[in-house]
Structure formats: structure tokens, C-alpha cells
Write a protein that binds this ligand. Sequence first.
Ligand SMILES: *Cc1c(COP(=O)(O)O)cnc(C)c1O
Length: 375
Amino acid sequence: MEGLELRTPYFLVDERLLQKNLELLRQVADEAGCKILLAQKAFSMFACYPQIRRYLDGTTASGLHEARLGREEFGGETHVFSPAYREDEFEELLSLADHFVFNSPGQVRKFGLRAKEAGKSTGLRVNPECSTQEGHQIYDPCAPGSRLGTTLAQFDPELLPLLDGLHFHTLCEQDSDALEVTAAAFEEKFSPWLKGLKWLNLGGGHHITRPGYDVERLVRVIRRLRESYGAEIYLEPGEAVVLNAGFLVTSVLETLHNGVEIAILDASAACHMPDVLEMPYRPPLAGAVGPGEKPFTYRLAGPTCLAGDVIGDYSFDRPLAEGSRLVFEDMALYTMVKTNTFNGMRLPDIVLRKMDGQVEVVKSFGYETFKERLS
Ligand SMILES: *Cc1c(COP(=O)(O)O)cnc(C)c1O
């Protein structure tokens, strides 16, 4: 890996890898006749926005700050969804976003007319009550008791004059078969009201750029929806935009032994890749495989005081030692946007590897970042 002299830990995003994803997404948008937005909650590294905006139609935001970042740094269409908008932010949001997606009839009653009168496109997020994922309950908006989206029982057709479109987001890292099942459930429940809508937004969670994803089925599903209802179709993937396009580079600070070999890294699961603990998952690591498969197995752990700050057990061809560099893969999504400074940890620098191979540190963090958030 280039840039070995850089101070670790750092996130590195590779424009060439990103470009491959963007080209595929553009191809989907062209073939299906839909629009694709970047869900900024997964990836807000705005140094990459000039590249991404050549391929995607805009951004979607979870609230005021992401909407502002999308408007200021990306351009194109700015969409926003929030489970509950704040009165004290709504005016500012009106100046930033073009599309407002509401979560409930109550939110449409509270804010819908104001959005329409400001010339915005408006929609309601519905809950098609169709769970297609197993395992990751915290990522299932269709789980019983979910607050995300309006169920058919709560749907109020009298609000339709205030709505231009409907939105659902139920998938997480899924293939287009799950979308097909979800779209069918959505149509079965909401078909009486779909004709005449300007748009349908199929949310995110489409793992489009994962090798083996069934792109043809995705294109079929989108085309069919578009033709059946005469509506513009939106997708708003986060993960798929930057899948396998970034790395977290870290160094070994110390090795020790307690029944197993342990390596303490300068990157922390708790601070720098919280999804490893939250989701949880085992990030791929260049040159390493599962424990016991190669001669030298280590438990890789972070430098914080949290006992559970453990990334996982991996095996290597050679022993690790102080200064060994490790490169975690697929580290662009849900990482930089989720870092924290627990234990006063320094945030990883943000590095861009350009098309021409040049490596540029676009942001460097220090003590100030830690102190700024406290008083
Ligand atoms: C999280 C989210 C997305 C993006 O999801 P990915 O899994 O990153 O593709 C899109 N839309 C909404 C409403 C979301 O909450």
C-alpha cells in the first residue's frame, strides 16, 4: 500500500475503487430509468462529492446537518427524511432541501402544508410490514413496534393531497430478490393510492455493488414500478456507493500474551469502527484470514480501556511486532460518520488516493477535535 509513511490510524478512500461503484450505479440508473441518491449517513466524506456527483443525482439526509452538507458540497437534488422534524429547524431545512419525506400522518399534518407552500416535493414513508432480513434486528424497520414508517392501519388517504410520493426503506445489505418481495408487499397494501403519485422512493440497503448482486432483477423491478404507476423511482443507497472503496490503516503498538496472542493497535473498534461492535461483524483484513488458518494467530484489539474493544481474531503468515501495519478493508461506509473520541482517542486522519495514484491527507485530527465537543 502506498503512503506507508503516513501517520496511523487513517482512513483511506480510493477514487479508482469508488469509480467502479459509481459506474455501475450510473448504469443501473440509466437502464432502469431511475434516480440514485447518496445516503450521506453512510458516507459524508465530502472531498469525494465532486467525483460522486458526476454519477449520482443528489443526496439524501437524515436531518438538518446532512441536508446542509449535501446542498453545500454536492448539489443536485437534496432529499431529507427524519422520523420527527424539529420545529426550530424546519425553516432552515426548507431553505436547503427539495424533497421532504415524513414519517407519520402527524408529521404530514404538522409540516406538510408548509413544505408544499414552499414549493417542495413531499412524501410519506410507509412501513410495508414485510421483514426480509434475519439476524440484524436493529436494522429491521419492519420489526414489530417499529417507529419507522406508517403502517397501512395508520395510513390516512385524506392526506394524499399533501403528498407527491411514497417512500419505503426496509433493506440492509440485501439483494434484489428482497426488494422484489418488499415491492410486492408494498403494492398489495398501498395499491389503491399509487396511481397519480409523482414518485416512489425505494430507500437504501440495496447491495448493488457487491459481487454477485442481481442487477438485472433490480432493473426489472424498477422498470415495472415506473411503468405501472407512471412514477419517478428513486433509490438512495449508502453502503453500495462506497462498498469496498476504503480502508482503515493501523499500526501495532504492542503485543502480549494471555492464553492467546494479543496485538494492541492504534485503531479502536469502539472509537473508529463502532459497527464492528454494534452490528457486530468481523472486518476483512488484508493478508490475514480466520484464526488458526495461518501459523500466527492474534486477537486484534484497540488501545482504549473498554475490555470489549476487540476487533477480532485473525491469523498471519508472520508474527506481528510493534510497528506492523495492518489494513482493514471495506472501511469507507459507516465508519468516518460514526467515529467518537471516547478515552480522548484521536480520530483517524482522512486520506484520499486519487485516480492518478497520488495520496493526499485531506483532513488531520488532533487534540482540538476532542476538546471542541466538551466543555
Ligand atoms: C440508512 C438509510 C439509507 C441507506 O442505507 P444503506 O444500507 O447504507 O444503503 C437510505 N435511506 C434511509 C431512509 C435510511 O435510513
